[in-house]
Design a protein around this ligand. Structure first.
Ligand SMILES: C[S@@+](CC[C@H](N)C(=O)[O-])C[C@H]1O[C@@H](n2cnc3c(N)ncnc32)[C@H](O)[C@@H]1O
Length: 425
């Protein structure tokens, strides 16, 4: 890994310095080497640590969410930014945060022990590479003057806020919700937060949390390279003016990516009324004013695509969404699904095996690269279960979903987000 950085003449980033953009962050070779190191490090810990200790740490790992949540709620990374390498004494941090210092010092020491923040002298803390990602774009004074801007432009902090708040409350209900056969509430989120509303509707009555979630989403979506979408399918082969429908599009960032590369396509952005009436026109006005048109539900489009939509829904609802699209489609229409593929933690030799495990994990690592790849999909999967009774699906589950709704899986392009292309069955 050091050699990969040396080849580019870029120093390996120090954990003690603030995070900075690096050309190697998206370099495939360096990313792979980093993943092998991560998967191996977790496996080494699992192998050499007293198993009871591993159980204790894992059982109490909710403190990681809670502690991160405290640091974000109290803007600690912003406060520490001013202190630089010297750090800021807990009395000063607490004074700026307007809370007693004792609890906060212990929260920060918990995090520093896990390499998030640094304790540079007793009771004096500084940012490091990880905690610096939590700095909110707006200054503390601006946030105090107008709390609505708190998370604007700050996706990492927004992600922490979402998980440590409504996410963790939902997670407390996971066991009870599963034990009662998934029947008591629509999803653990509802039980834990005491609401019947689905998450998106709930955000409409919880605007602070809704704004925060929206920022968290834009941040995680921004990490996907355009090629995932532009290479998913032979868009260039579609006739001039072919309609591609972005179903559950939010404001339609994927459509925007496609139209920039394939201006001959006609994009249609579909979502709930509020999004289409308020948020989407603003986005398109700013980014591609010519493309904004009135769109009615589309019959016989060339392509219908959904990104990060099906994982929000349980199987029956997901099959219904796809059946409705099949009903609107023409015989030659394609369906493209952009979603993660759930990789098994063991070897898999079923359909599309090469695409399911495109990275050959070196022995003795887990087939899904353990915490380096499978770790991500499996937590997102539990979060979908928590939030919506949704799921990340294995390739077999996608094939089955297509079979139930009149679509046949034709090709599968692997990646951090897979592209599955279906034709009418
Ligand atoms: C996780 S977001 C994905 C957004 C977008 N596809 C993306 O990848 O950025 C799910 C979207 O589905 C939309 N949605 C939820 N229920 C819907 C419905 N009944 N009809 C249309 N869109 C819906 C939500 O408003 C939200 O924008």
């Amino acid at each position: 890994l050091e050699a990969a950085y040396a080849k580019e003449g870029v120093p390996f980033p120090s954990l003690d310095a603030p995070n900075a953009a690096s050309p190697l962050a998206i370099d495939p070779e360096a990313s792979h080497l980093a993943r092998v190191a991560v998967a191996a490090a977790y496996q080494v810990i699992a192998t050499v640590r007293d198993p009871i200790e591993t159980v204790q740490h894992t059982a109490a790992s909710y403190y990681a969410s809670a502690a991160l949540g405290v640091s974000v709620d109290l803007h600690v990374a912003n406060i520490l930014k001013e202190g630089g390498d010297e750090g800021v004494h807990i009395d000063e941090i607490a004074a700026q945060a307007g809370v007693p210092g004792d609890g906060l010092a212990r929260v920060l020491r918990y995090l520093a022990t896990r390499h998030i923040f640094r304790e540079v002298k007793p009771d004096t803390f500084a940012n490091n590479r990880i905690s610096s990602t939590l700095i909110k774009k707006h200054l503390l004074a601006e946030i105090k003057a107008d709390p609505e801007v708190e998370y604007e432009g700050s996706p990492a902090a927004a992600t922490v806020g979402h998980h440590a708040d409504e996410g963790m409350k939902g997670a407390t209900a996971l066991s009870s919700w599963i034990r009662t056969g998934h029947t008591t509430w629509p999803a653990p989120f509802n039980q834990g937060n005491g609401t019947d509303l689905d998450l998106f509707k709930w955000f409409e009555v919880e605007p602070y949390r809704g704004r925060r979630f929206h920022v968290a989403m834009t941040g995680s979506m921004g990490r996907y390279p355009d090629e995932i979408f532009t290479n998913a399918f032979d868009w260039a082969a579609l006739p001039h003016g072919a309609q591609v429908v972005d179903v559950g599009a939010s404001v339609g960032t994927v459509t925007h990516t496609l139209l920039r590369t394939f201006p001959n396509l006609r994009g249609v952005v579909q979502d709930l009324e509020k999004c289409i009436a308020q948020d989407a026109p603003k986005y398109w006005d700013e980014n591609m004013p010519d493309a904004l048109q009135d769109g009615r539900p589309v019959q016989g489009a060339a392509v219908y695509f959904l990104r990060n939509v099906l994982h929000d829904w349980p199987d029956a609802a997901a099959a219904r969404i796809l059946s409705i699209l099949r009903g609107a489609s023409a015989p030659e229409s394609k369906l493209v699904i952009f979603d993660a593929i759930m990789p098994y933690a063991c070897a898999y030799d079923g359909p599309f095996a090469d695409a399911v495990a495109p990275v050959k994990a070196p022995w003795p690592l887990l087939a899904n690269m353990g915490m380096a790849l499978g770790g991500f999909v499996t937590w997102v999967d539990l979060h979908m279960l928590n939030a919506f009774n949704g799921k990340e699906r294995t390739v077999g589950e996608f094939i089955e979903l297509g079979r139930k709704s009149g679509w046949k899986l034709e090709s599968l392009r692997p990646g951090m987000m897979a592209a599955l292309v279906f034709s009418a069955a």
